[in-house]
Design a protein around this ligand. Sequence first.
Ligand code: URA
Length: 232
Amino acid sequence: MRLDKMISSTGVASRSQISSAVRSGRVTVDGVVARKADMQVDPDAVRVVYCGTPVCYRKFTYIMLNKPEGYVSATEDGKSPTVIELLPEELQKIGLFPCGRLDKNTLGLMLLTNDGDTSHRLLAPKSHVAKTYAFRVKFPLSEADVAALESGVDIGGYITAPCTVVFDGEREGRITLTEGKYHQIKLMMEAVHNQITYLERVSFGPLTLDPALDRGQWRYLDGREIALLQKK
Ligand code: URA
């Protein structure tokens, strides 16, 4: 694999930044200053240091994004901006896609990756990966509403699986689902004659939304988070 491709696949820099770093002698390969950005390297065996930082090559990229309102969970959309457009240009070209969907007006934790197998496994119904959402509703929720939501409600002919609802006040709380039907939480609240006014995903399987990320910001998952995802 080309040296510049290996470094850029980790997202630390664009190919042109890497070329310029190589030209000014700021990239080493196995301790020796690299002379050409297009030199061939074995990404699994080589030790590359880019501008003083060791490059940890991974075949796939995993990103946590704090999704803002108004972005669609897709790689392309004719009308609205996509979550991919929140990433820098060099990361828009490495085949990342959203692992699962959030509605355009839903906020919070979104995983972006180009690892199709892991994504597929996390989203498979039989994996029952838990997702927790903070919500607000228009009208107070009664104990009976919560009991109904927790045991399963009819959303257009489908009875939802058991879930957990924790109250944080009579119009807000957290709901944890282990399945993911289209508009599920909105439809569940409609089934108990209520209406979602705010929805934010705060956790996805072993990942929790990083409070250091403002809306629209992203970061790479660290090695521990990736290992946890792959165990799921
Ligand atoms: N349920 C919804 O209704 N919308 C989402 O975006 C996620 C879960």
